[in-house]
Design a protein around this ligand. Structure first.
Ligand code: NAD
Length: 504
């Protein structure tokens, strides 16, 4: 067990635990019990500056260390993570509430990004052109930025930071991670793992806190790039604010993911997948399916299948082998429940009501059972808002075209899925749909780490997506070098020439 598991207060990290200055200290609550499981420091500006300074100090030497040295640290980190991922999963379940199997899945998907970053020597290879002009060669290289900030949401306290920091570190940067204040302990567990893997102090740092810490990172001149993941309003704010300070920014925002089911789909498979993708992690996933679009005459049969499966789910403490855990805070639980009230008031048909669930867990937990609405229309609040909870809405569409128009009219464009047995329909959908990540008979199409993750429209502000080759581009900047070595044996150079250089 790592020391943090028993530590009462979660601190910042600069290579060792760092207490900071006049920080506030707030509670971290276990959502399955409603009780305090830890305390966490909230950085003030002075603390933030101290953490950035530690990263700045480390960045220069790390950026100049060999690719071999860096990739060896990455490999060691990967081995340690793989061996101990259950410890991290337990921390995630305790502070986020998701069931243990789900937490383990989160860590494994994050590990894939570490594995991708282990290949950094290959990923940073430049190009070389010999003899672009007489006696002149050109080569390109990619160099680290320096200090980069990663600001992450509560719903994936390990995986989302791992979308960014392994590549950033492998590329030679120093990272300041600002995790969610709701589940901060995973960040310190990961920091301890880096130390054990042999990463020099300051290359991976952690700054705990809220808006004060975020703003300090957005404004600090030493922080050259910001990777943000969270809700759309905050993503937009972070993008605009950090850009105004001249930083490179990728800000991933919220989502409203549709699953379109065509009449030729296997309805049992579609129902299984809709329930898994709608209610996994209690719907607190940016790739959760929150709207199912049933096309044509299959709707009644599909809704009946989904309703049966929804009723069979067991809600409760994620450590007890249940299907679905609590929501992250009491306020969030109440907000999601208020959407259920609003859906009912707006006239949607409440097929399964999760507001008073039977729970295998402490009565003080933040429980809401899986909830299913049918006959939802696009003007209803339960359709227009990102609910981020276990509420699945069925919208009925008359045709494929109507379904695609609905998806494309939505302001978000994170993930989408099509269920069909027609290759022709799938091919048209792939082409027509205005969404960044598309699944064909796959409900949660989270790309592998060697592809890039990101949505379109209000789901991402910036040019580059997370991880994959976009991630390598984001955390490095390009340089092109043009070289001429005069041959001392040849005649002296060609004299003055003030015209723009032309290649010969
Ligand atoms: P959030 O926007 O409340 O918080 C995200 C981060 O921003 C946290 O670190 C938080 O401390 C910080 N923050 C909060 N308020 C701030 C403010 N006013 N100014 C500056 N910083 C602030 O998001 P959340 O509730 O933690 O996470 C859920 C949201 O994240 C959902 O909208 C979900 O769709 C989104 N999300 C998106 C993706 C994606 O890949 N697109 C992935 C995961 C989560």
């Amino acid at each position: 067990m790592l020391a943090i598991m028993t530590a009462p207060t979660v601190t910042h990290w600069t290579g060792t635990p760092y207490v900071g200055h006049a920080d506030r200290v707030e509670d971290v609550i276990n959502p399955a019990t409603g009780r305090v499981s830890a305390r966490v420091r909230y950085a003030d500006v002075e603390t933030a500056n101290a953490v950035v300074s530690a990263a700045e100090l480390a960045a220069r030497d790390w950026g100049r260390s060999s690719l071999t040295a860096r990739s060896r640290v990455l490999f060691r980190f990967r081995e340690l993570l793989d061996a101990r991922k259950e410890e991290l999963a337990a921390i995630i379940t305790r502070e986020h509430g998701k069931i243990l199997a789900d937490a383990l899945g989160e860590v494994s998907r994050g590990q894939e990004a570490v594995e991708f970053a282990c290949g950094i020597p290959h990923l940073l290879k430049g190009a070389y052109s010999e003899g672009v002009s007489t006696g002149i060669d050109v080569h390109s290289k990619r160099q680290p930025l320096g200090v980069v900030g990663v600001i992450s949401p509560f719903n994936f306290p390990a995986m989302v930071p791992m979308w960014f920091f392994p590549i950033a570190i492998a590329a030679g940067n120093a990272v300041v991670l600002k995790p969610s204040e709701k589940d901060p302990s995973a960040s310190i567990w990961l920091a301890e793992l880096w130390r054990e893997a042999g990463l020099p102090a300051g290359v991976f740092t952690v700054l705990q806190g809220d808006k004060v810490a975020v703003d300090a990172l957005l404004e600090h001149p030493a922080v050259k790039a910001i990777s943000f993941v969270g809700s759309t309003p905050i993503a937009r704010y972070v993008y605009e604010r950090a850009s105004s300070y001249g930083k490179r920014v990728q800000a991933l925002g919220g989502a409203k993911n549709h699953m379109v089911v065509l009449p030729d789909a296997d309805l049992d498979v579609a129902a299984d997948q809709a329930v898994s993708a709608g209610f996994g992690s209690a719907g607190e996933r940016c790739m959760a399916i929150s709207v199912l679009v049933a096309v044509g005459p299959i709707a009644d049969g599909l809704v009946a299948r989904i309703a049966d499966r929804t009723r069979s789910l067991r809600t409760g403490d994620g450590t007890r082998g249940t299907d679905m855990g609590p929501l992250v805070t009491r306020a969030h639980r109440d907000r999601v429940a208020s959407f259920v009230d609003a859906g009912e008031a707006a006239g949607a048909e409440l097929v399964v009501d999760g507001r008073a669930p039977q729970v295998d867990g402490d009565s003080s937990g933040f429980w809401l059972g899986p909830t299913l609405f049918d006959h939802v229309t696009p003007d209803m609040e339960i359709y227009t808002e990102e609910i981020f909870g276990p509420v699945l809405s069925i919208v009925r569409a008359g045709s494929y075209d109507e379904a695609v128009r609905l998806v494309n009219a939505n302001p978000y464009g994170n993930g989408v899925a099509l269920f069909t047995s027609s290759g022709t329909a799938a091919r048209a959908f792939e082409r027509d749909v205005e969404v960044g990540m598309v699944g064909v008979n796959v409900p949660v199409p989270v790309p592998m780490a060697y592809y890039s993750f990101g949505g379109w429209k209000q789901s991402l502000f910036g040019d580059q997506h997370a991880h994959g080759t976009d991630g390598v581009q984001f955390f490095t900047r390009g340089k092109v070098v043009t070289t001429r070595w005069n041959d001392p044996a040849a005649k002296p150079g060609g004299g003055l020439e003030l015209a723009f250089p032309q290649n010969r």
